[in-house]
Design a protein around this ligand. Structure first.
Ligand SMILES: [Zn+2]
Length: 56
């Protein structure tokens, strides 16, 4: 797991969607609840955690 590098003022946080494992870039609408954002879209949120392809 990479740790976010702090100190770059142009750095925008990003997260990995817990469902589709895609990186999602920071959105202004997420500023309020960034810590709670886990999914890139409502569809992924509804589907919940899990990968579309089996890891094992
Ligand atoms: Zn997703």
């Amino acid at each position: 797991m990479k740790k976010p590098f702090k100190g770059n003022k142009s750095f925008l946080p990003s997260k990995i969607c817990e469902h589709c494992q895609r990186e999602m870039s920071w959105r202004k609408s997420w500023a309020k609840n960034w810590d709670e954002v886990k999914y890139c879209s409502q569809a992924c949120r509804a589907a919940g955690p899990g990968t579309p392809r089996r890891a094992a």
